[in-house]
Design a protein around this ligand. Structure first.
Ligand SMILES: Cc1cc2nc3c(=O)[nH]c(=O)nc-3n(C[C@H](O)[C@H](O)[C@H](O)COP(=O)(O)OP(=O)(O)OC[C@H]3O[C@@H](n4cnc5c(N)ncnc54)[C@H](O)[C@@H]3O)c2cc1C
Length: 281
């Protein structure tokens, strides 16, 4: 049901970019003032904004940081709109609608063991959740964060990773050894991110897992977690399928009976598994 009284759902609000940070050669993080004054529109970890580059177009982008006075979005340049957004400089204006979608759901009362798995840019939507877990780490028995990336140069948020390692176990892997030909330094694992789970013989029954990345990577990771004893209903995935309106009207993101912009983008593996082989169009 669309809230007709909420202009943020229909009309982009003009926000000013307050800072821009280049993460790697194709990815930038834009910081915006958090304009959500009403508690019901405060963003939650896992949600997204529709970002409008004036005169170019509008795309969904997850929150990569959520603070009381500012939010951040991390954007990879792939096409016209993401390139226009990534080219913005501090002081530039951007149209913003939202926040939209559901959120990562975690509770120390229900889960003592947490596994987070990020593939490439999938670390960005997980970052607000990781920050929360880092702050509340004493409430959990184990928090394991696995990060996969194409090569060392593409690794995101490396300063945050150093800080997270003070309270969270972080394992990282790059896809192949080809980076060695370029002389890049890397003394962590090599191989697809799900292989980082090979060191586990089993995981506790009360494990909650959160995965974000390319769909094929999420499928491999979720299957491995199930083999290790994690309940498929406790494995959350974020699906980034094509989306246009963000409010359940256009039907672009229809996924079985759900609209991913409204019932998603996050769902549990038990429900999503039968539909994951359906390709988007
Ligand atoms: C809920 C949600 C959250 C997202 N969060 C982020 C985020 O935090 N950061 C970010 O950079 N991107 C994110 N995306 C993806 C982003 O919306 C797309 O990259 C963007 O729509 C591409 O638009 P474009 O005009 O730049 O490129 P287009 O010209 O539309 O596409 C260029 C290329 O990118 C591919 N592409 C388009 N949309 C997607 C998509 N959804 N996923 C993967 N590939 C796509 C196309 O197939 C094409 O190959 C998210 C998408 C969704 C649905």
């Amino acid at each position: 049901m669309i809230e007709l009284g909420r202009s943020a759902a229909w009309l982009p609000e003009v926000c000013v970019v307050t800072d821009v940070c280049r993460e790697n050669k194709s990815t930038v993080t834009l910081e915006l003032e958090n304009s959500s004054s009403e508690p019901h529109s405060q963003p939650l970890a896992g949600q997204f904004h529709m970002l409008y580059a004036f005169g170019v177009g509008e795309i969904p982008v997850s929150f990569s940081r959520i603070e009381s006075d500012k939010v951040a979005h991390t954007v990879r340049e792939v096409g016209a709109v993401s390139k226009a957004i990534a080219a913005l400089k501090p002081g530039a204006s951007l149209g913003v609608r939202g926040p939209f979608g559901n959120s990562w759901s975690v509770s120390a009362k229900e889960h003592k063991h947490i596994v987070l798995i990020a593939g490439g840019l999938g670390l960005a939507p997980l970052r607000p959740l990781i920050e929360r877990l880092w702050q509340e780490s004493r409430k959990y028995e184990q928090i394991l964060l696995l990060i996969g990336s194409r090569d060392p140069q593409s690794m995101l948020f490396t300063d945050d990773v150093t800080r997270w390692r003070t309270r969270i176990e972080v394992r990282r892997s790059v896809d192949s050894c080809q980076f060695r030909n370029r002389g890049d330094d890397w003394n962590e694992s090599v191989g697809f991110v799900h292989t980082l789970l090979d060191r586990e013989s089993e995981l506790s029954k009360d494990t909650a897992a959160f995965i974000c990345g390319p769909e094929i990577m999420m499928r491999h990771c979720a299957e491995r977690l199930v083999e290790l004893g994690v309940n498929s209903r406790q494995i959350s995935l974020s699906l980034e399928r094509n989306m246009k309106c963000g409010i359940g009207l256009c039907g672009h993101c229809q996924f079985g009976p759900d609209f991913l912009c409204k019932q998603g983008p996050i769902g549990n593996y038990h429900n999503l598994r039968p539909r994951l082989r359906i390709r988007e169009f």
